[in-house]
Design a protein around this ligand. Structure first.
Ligand code: PMP
Length: 440
């Protein structure tokens, strides 16, 4: 049913009067999405959009994927009772699949309902195992919105308090688009970051529990650290007994194309000690989790329970979605169509002064914007491009340092035709935004 713009305005006003101010909304006239199909979504006014953001990667496969819808409704019709106090076949089934895919030996899975809670659980395990509340995190990182995870988020605009139950030390390596390391080649950059890490460990009294890192920083603007960075870190960490937590909330399940997990681009010397996941695996249903070696997972000695983590309906969605993803080789599709999209975006933005860089891996693509004729980040341009893209029927995201990067992460079933259509729409939106920003 098509609604009038006034209805959207009043929904926005109602939203603002009952929800927190810090739940920021995209767009001057925020969007209300009412339905989706494949790689498209529709708003309450009946407009159709090509979705290049997948609801921040929660729609991993496709909107309204029939296989997932069927699995959810069948399970909901059987039983939706949830609690870890009883055996659950869908939970064990999905855990077995994830254990086998994780690459972590003798692994165990704990299911949560979000990425925040997954990282919180990983921190609880790592600090309990190592009996230390000191943690290493990367500059420009994002790991969630809870009290523990804002404490390890190295991105001021998403970290509302300096108070934390953890003592956090920030490490170089996740992003190098600017600053003293920007000019270094990959090997020299890795060596500089390792030296920084070693130096930090020497200066720090007491043991450190873990390093937590995103293989590609998501909220941080789809940054591309050089391959092998975390393998080099891992050697140092292992010498100190420090655990490595790979936050795969955005990079998991083949989205980066070349690899099933983001850590695989970095470590040929073994998997991380812990891995966290969320977002796409439920194709919109609330699934998160942590995978860890049994020795680490079982370091909690008191009893615990999760009421909603691993609920049968979400597990059924996860299983159906995972089966679809593997049967249709969506990792291969992310590699092929993502590679093509990156090339296409580089070609169509080549003449635009607004675009500093198109970077990416598979279907995680960042476009960094600068004020035309300068090298200054241009967050105002990112907002203009988002609006212009929306007007042209394309949804994208933004983020990164200074909020000056566009983020592109379509559902992983994206077709070549859709990739080309999206690249053309985005080039047009960039052109329009550049026109608006041109120096007077
Ligand atoms: N880790 C990463 C890398 C993320 O990108 C996010 C969400 N943007 C989270 C953790 C938190 O996940 P959630 O929003 O499900 O709590």
């Amino acid at each position: 049913m098509t609604q009038h713009p006034q209805d959207a305005a009043s929904l926005h006003a109602r939203h603002q009067s009952v929800l927190p101010s810090w739940l920021s909304l995209y767009y001057e006239r925020p969007l209300e999405l009412t339905h989706g199909e494949g790689r498209h979504v529709w708003d309450a006014e009946g407009n159709r959009y090509l979705d290049f953001f997948g609801g921040i990667l929660t729609t991993m496969t496709a909107h309204a994927l029939p296989e997932v819808t069927k699995a959810v409704s069948e399970q909901a019709g059987r039983i939706i009772h949830t609690s870890t106090l009883y055996l659950s076949r869908p939970m064990v089934d999905l855990a077995e699949r994830i254990v086998a895919l994780s690459g972590i030996p003798d692994a165990r899975v704990f299911f949560t309902t979000s990425g925040t809670e997954a990282n919180d659980a990983a921190l609880l395990l790592a600090t309990a195992h190592r009996r230390s509340n000191q943690v290493l995190a990367m500059r420009n990182s994002y790991h969630g919105r809870s009290f523990s995870t804002v404490g390890i988020t190295g991105n001021q605009s998403w970290s509302p308090t300096s108070l934390s139950p953890l003592q956090t030390l920030y490490v170089h390596g996740g992003v190098r688009t600017r600053g003293p390391y920007a000019e270094l080649g990959d090997r020299a950059y890795i060596a500089a970051c390792v030296a920084d890490l070693e130096d930090m460990l020497q200066q720090t009294a007491g043991g450190i529990a873990a390093l937590i890192a995103e293989p590609v920083q998501g909220v941080g603007g789809f940054t591309m650290p050089p391959d092998g960075l975390y393998a080099a870190f891992r050697e140092v960490l292992a010498r100190h007994g420090i655990l490595w937590i790979s936050d795969e909330v955005q990079t998991g399940w083949g989205r980066t194309g070349d690899h099933f997990w983001g850590w695989q681009a970095h470590a040929d010397n073994g998997p991380p000690d812990l891995l966290t996941f969320a977002k796409g695996i439920g194709n919109g249903m609330a699934i998160g989790g942590v995978v860890a070696r049994a020795e680490v997972m079982n370091s909690l000695t008191a009893n615990s329970i999760s009421t909603f983590g691993g609920s049968p309906v979400t597990m059924a969605a996860g299983l159906a979605n995972l089966n679809y993803l593997l049967e249709h080789d969506l990792q291969g599709n992310a590699r092929r169509v993502g590679g093509l999209l990156i090339e296409r975006l580089r070609a169509v933005t080549a003449g635009l002064d607004l675009v500093r860089e198109v970077r990416g891996r598979g279907l995680m693509i960042g476009v960094e914007l600068v004020r035309p004729g300068t090298d200054e980040r241009a967050p105002e341009a990112a907002s203009l491009v988002l609006e212009a893209a929306r007007e042209r029927g394309l949804l994208i995201g933004k983020g990164g340092q200074g909020g000056a990067s566009l983020r592109i992460a379509p559902p992983m079933t994206l077709t070549v035709a859709e990739a080309e259509e999206g690249a053309t729409l985005l080039a047009d939106a960039l052109q329009a935004a550049q026109g608006m920003l041109a120096p007077s």
